[in-house]
Ligand binder design. Sequence first.
Ligand code: ADP
Length: 583
Amino acid sequence: MKDVFAFAWHYWTKQPKLFAVTIAVLTVATIIETNMPNALSGFFEAIRLRKEASTVWWHLAAFLATYFGYLLTYNFVWRLYNLFENNNFNAVYNDAFTHIETLSEQYFVNTFTGSMITTIKRGRDRLETFEDQVLVNLYPTILTVFCTIVFLGMRMPVLAALLAVYVVVMLLLSALLVMKYAGPAQEAYANAQDEFGAHLADSIGGIITTKSYAQERLEIARFMEQSAELRKHNLKAYWRANTTSLIQRCFLGGMLTMLLGGGTWLFLNGQATIDDMAYLVLAHTILQSYIRNVGDHVKNLMTSSYDLHAIIALMEEQPSVKDKPNAKELHVSQGEVCFHDVSFTYPSKTTPVFANLSIKIRPGERLALVGDSGGGKSTFVRLVQRLYEVSDGFITIDGVRISEITQESLRSSVAVVPQDPILFHRSIRENIAYGRQNANFDEICKAAQQANIHDFILSLPTGYDTLVGERGIKLSGGERQRIAIARAILSDRKILILDEATSSLDSISELAVQKAIRTVTHGRTSIMIAHRLSTIKDADRILVFHNGKIVEEGTHNDLITRNDGIYASFFEIQSGGFLQPVD
Ligand code: ADP
């Protein structure tokens, strides 16, 4: 709970003036409201003492003025509060998104995208609930109880003391009832709803499989089981909420009985007047309107605090790769990449992927990485981008250790074409210009031409303004990869990392992609995870990876002639199938 308060406090004190003014005006509004029974009592007193008509009217006017004064001040509070809380929500969204952008790849590998989105959205919503409970529900409730006890104490001190004890006991019991009795049932219902939703999504998502295996009956039966479970939890939650509400209202009835009974006793004993009785009735009405929902406020406070832990944890997450305090900017002139005795183990693993790996990639060299799955090719290129820190040894670019330079300058020097490029749901033009935001349209078209995708783009009804759908879903794999190649060409970086698409390209797309690869790698230090013979044959050097080791190294012609070589056997097996020559 302490961390949740600290989290909320951080945002509240980001706008100290607005926070202070909101609380001050809220305090004034609450005091005005708790003073209304006094104003009503004054009016009754004027009648009881049969004062002059003008005095009676004046008291009535004073009571009504208090009433309208309260209404207007309270409305003003809400306007201030809405501004205050909206600024907070905005700050939470902005901080969370900015923070996520600073985190390293390792975090995203281990965290579901959906859960991150839920954490941020829920974080904002729960902060709203938390703020509402603390600032505009519980704080005015406590203040109202306090002011009422003080005002009542001035009239009937014994009754005020009794009220103080009664209210404290009632609030404690009420909170206990909600937390221990109604709350758990409500929580079980919420969990059942989540489960029901997940089951529904799973079942509808797999409906094609259900149909093809004729399992509709099974799915319907399972669905009915789930909905029966939901009904059971729903009923229990409603039942307990009703019982709790009944007990709470009985408490409030007890408070009314105590105040009116006590007042009547004092009245009959000549220690209270009819205007004191009027005070009691209105004071009770106001008091009960606050106290009635205290149990729910406490429950909401607890659940929102619980849910806020996820966003607090997200904000506390530190990037696993950090820039050194005096990290310099990298300026690549040649594009030489060297691994010096590099060892690397993934943080979640114990066996190293690489042990003492040394390799020099010459400026402008086209290097193909081949080998079986799990050999370490992707890890190799991740280390070049410093998506992970090496465990031992170091990597240099043009002789500068990449651990000594800023990640931003490193990644701005490397163009990456992933195997399955993810495009943004923005226009093709924006997607191509992503690595060089200031590129003009002619430059974008030229890059697209070189990537062999220009004609395709022009054939679309809205050309370069076409939106590509979420993650680029409206385009085929080959088209996406050529757009990613155009992006790499346009960004014009000295070092290129290219993960070739393994499959799903028809031969025409494949030819187009191959031509694009040839263009983009020209004059750049290129590290290509290669799956196709044409790419491999074009390479200046091939590294064959096996279990994190470079087991063979050379040109295609060198390697193919090695007896019992992995590459030679790999080529022999695959040249008839997957590795098809294109020229
Ligand atoms: P390749 O690209 O040659 O298929 P990888 O570099 O992806 O090989 O994998 C090398 C080894 O590292 C494999 O054993 C794989 O399971 C492991 N690995 C890959 N990525 C991760 C990761 N993010 N976390 C932990 N282990 C990983």
